[in-house]
Design a protein around this ligand. Sequence first.
Ligand SMILES: Cc1ncc(COP(=O)(O)O)c(C=O)c1O
Length: 399
Amino acid sequence: MSPRISSRIAAIAESATLAVDAKAKALKAAGRPVIGFGAGEPDFPTPDYIVNAAIGAAAVVSNHRYTPTSGLPELRTAIVNKTKRDSNYDITVDQVLVTNGGKQAVYQAFATIVDVGDEVLLPAPYWTTYPECVKLAGGIPVEVFADESANYLVSVEQLEAARTPKTKVLLFCSPSNPTGSVYSPAQVKAIAEWALKNNIWIISDEIYEHLLYDGATAPSIPVLVPELAEHVIILNGVAKTYAMTGWRVGWMIGPKDVIKAATNLQSHLSSNVSNVSQRAAIAALTGDLVAVHAMGEAFNRRRKLIVGLLNEIPGFECPTPQGAFYVYPSVKGVLGKTIRGKTPTTSAELATLILEEVEVAAVPGEAFGPSGYLRFSYALSDEDIVEGIGRIKKLITEG
Ligand SMILES: Cc1ncc(COP(=O)(O)O)c(C=O)c1O
């Protein structure tokens, strides 16, 4: 008898980040004082001017209808203008496809350019969704790991060592989820030039582009190496920048033939993104960045707070990230120690122990590559950060 679930879909792992978040939320709903560092979303409400645009849009009958798969023309134009404003990258409307969140853009980018047997270089630690999308497209994810001593940033030498005749794509994400690390412009340029020389595509995930600290910058790859533009797909969205994770608006930018092919795929998958959400995204992208900078200031304060607190825990080693809203300490110094009668030997076991014993949720490194790490999102209040990391410190130091 053939299996009930196809082998392709059965092979997909549950999103570990969403699973941890769901577990923490369930405990919270049951009245437990859980502190969740698992979620990958800002804790702020969407700014009012964006919400109001959506409220107005809900009453307009044309927004009740199907619209073009590729997105509302006004939104695609807003994305063209925003890309010029924020990245100084000149593109045309037919290089833009509006997607149901950045996640759909990730899926469609791999589905559009990866063939069966193609290898995709995946700098690790990587966002948990990438390898699943590569595999669904028939590709082979090839992990290239950089640890805390390298600030989790891979070098050209490492990429070159992993390259084979089957290498088609490099996934690039800076600022990074899960580490918050940011490549310097010189590193980005070196990687892009290496890709150009070796005929390798780059899928560049820019979703955290506005969340940068300590003067860090995140230049867009085709601006640094314009000759690569025909082989670059940029992924982006409003979720992280404007606290709009629930609205589900993202986009792909790429060469026209790629965008056309990806649009064909989306036309059979999900058609147009909700028009009310697209109208909200237009308000976000055509407005200023004042609210974004205010959120960024709060994140910056919390970043310093959490890095300081984590580095006080014996056995934790936390580099200071320059972007996004995650920190990624190594917890290898704790593994193998006995805590409340249990001896975790992997970060997954340690995360379970921490959740069970002191009701604090963090995502184990296994979700993003090698064991030995925990990801903490610091998109939560200063008080919760102090309380949550304090509980872990007490657990680890007192056993
Ligand atoms: C690196 C990265 N890319 C893309 C996304 C997709 O975001 P969304 O689908 O909410 O727009 C996320 C969300 O967690 C992310 O962390």
